[in-house]
Write a protein that binds this ligand. Structure first.
Ligand SMILES: [Zn+2]
Length: 167
């Protein structure tokens, strides 16, 4: 299992210079640390060897957890691990998303159960890349996150601004 923090720091709660720096620079958040600690604790009960936890996005009632390996490793059989995470994160909703090079797949996972009509790359007047995500207007009530939250999730995963359009 990998988390952004070293094993020793998670075990002892005393942070080495490298882990402290990650936290101080706000590259990583308290939520990232909390999840890393939980996973470290879960290791005794669950098989987590293949889990690579990258970062989380705390959206209040929703926590998105980004991983570098298959999301199912952190979901666990029958949702056993993710259910434990939900409980330990104060009963909030948790969504596990694997970061891949496949933009469409990641977007679909963020938006699930809503399926986007299309995802296009556009260029802003300043030349920067952005994504235009089209969703059917009738699906809007099914979205589990606010448009502003979706934008945050997209910009982390896709590394570019995203515009959500309801058609
Ligand atoms: Zn450390």
């Amino acid at each position: 299992m990998k988390t952004p923090f070293c094993e020793n720091c998670l075990e002892t709660g005393v942070f080495c210079p490298s882990c402290s720096e990650k936290l101080n620079k706000e590259e990583l958040t308290e939520t990232d640390l909390g999840i890393s600690r939980l996973l470290h604790k879960y290791k005794r009960r669950f098989y987590l060897d293949d889990v690579v936890f990258l970062k989380s996005l705390d959206l209040g009632k929703f926590v998105l957890i980004f991983t570098a390996t298959d999301a199912s490793f952190l979901i666990g059989r029958g949702g056993k691990i993710v259910n434990e995470l939900k409980k330990d994160l104060g009963g909030r909703k948790v969504k596990i998303i694997q970061r891949t090079a496949d933009v469409t797949k990641m977007a679909e996972e963020i938006l699930a159960p809503v399926r986007p009509m299309s995802i296009n790359t556009v260029f802003k007047p300043d030349g920067r890349k952005a994504f235009k995500v089209r969703i059917m207007k009738k699906d809007a009530p099914l979205l589990q996150m606010e448009p502003s939250e979706l934008r945050q999730a997209f910009s982390y995963l896709l590394g570019a601004e995203a515009f959500i359009i309801f058609d």
